[in-house]
Design a protein around this ligand. Sequence first.
Ligand code: PMP
Length: 437
Amino acid sequence: VADPVLASREQQQRRDRVMASSAERYYDDPPQFERGWDTRLVSTTGRAYLDMVNNVTAIGHSHPRLADAVGRQLHVLNTNSRFLYEAFADVSEKLLAHAPDPSLDAVIPVNSGSEAVELALRLARAATGRRDVIAVDEGYHGWTTGADAVSTSAFDNPHARGSRPDWVHLVDAPNAYRGPFGGEDAGARYAAQVREVAARLSAEREGPAAFICEPVLGNAGGVVPPAGFLAAAYAAVRAHGGLAIADEVQVGYGRLGAAFWGASTQGAVPDIITVAKAAGNAFPFGAVITRREIVDALAREGMFFSSAAGAPASAVAGAVVLDVIRDEGLQRNAARVGEHLFDLLEGLRRRHPLIGAVHGMGLYQGVELVRDRDTKEPATEEAAEISRRLLARGIIVQPASERQNVLKVKPPLTFSREDAETFVEALDIVLKEYARS
Ligand code: PMP
């Protein structure tokens, strides 16, 4: 048997030869994985790693119900979604049963988060007859032309803000820890920015088509917007005739524990919701959920069709994910284990000055590392080094945010109390060692 470490390097070289260099990857010298089970990934060296980062795999790796159901469907029928078959209506009814409001009564299937956001923007433009969109700074919504235009996550692209098309209008990320506003009225003050931009667009142009935002700022490191922000921002854009888009691609579907949808944790009801990633547990299933009249507006303007979106195998994957979340009580697990994890991380913050803040809720959290708690200077190199040292201890965690200084925690929703303790103990040891080195 070949040396597995050398084999991993060879695999990396093979991948580098065929893959475009701008494709992101984890670690400089990554382990090669050959299987996954529940919250663990197993490398070719036979080592099991605790997967803290893979929020695509919401119901855990290699879930037998998913593998069986999708496998069975692939043996029977998988085809272009223009044909009539049962699986699409099935998954759509299941999704709508979770809709945060009965007014959201229509589902359009897609294959990815980028596609969902692209379609959400098109729907908003068709329904309002306008083109301007208000987006939140430091967000990421996908790579396709429209989704990329409303993404300003710039950590690897110094031109991300300067290169926005003229229809994109940015407001500050509603981050009470780092942004311009903190304190009691922070939610209202960030929302006031949305109101000001919407009012300016109404006065100078035709008014906003939409406001798009992640309900919890996943790409900023799991930052929960200050209370009242989302509901007030939605009211502001609607007052000027625009629609509210909740990008739930990362934080949706029970992950936040307190509610099934991210927007619901903020007491807000969007007009358009995007889901993908975890919706198919890494199988290509995503959707846009909205009101029928909004879909009809797009139908009058042209058409939307994505050949394999909602195809039988993808639709079955989507339905099984929803069933498993319900049957295994994964939203409740996210709430309970998330609370325990948050308390443990807060305990670490009290003992380790490098931890400036613990963000997030449920099983979407962020451990923000700073060199100085007063200046909040980002501990970027430290975050990279701590991630490397955690990998050496069998834990996969990655830095996130513009400053790459937030350790992002978004494991499968099957994550247990013991998993949380394993992670926090390892982080404690690594932080102690790092402080001494
Ligand atoms: N929206 C959000 C909030 C995301 O985090 C992502 C992916 N990171 C996307 C959209 C794009 O999804 P995909 O990679 O499936 O195209």
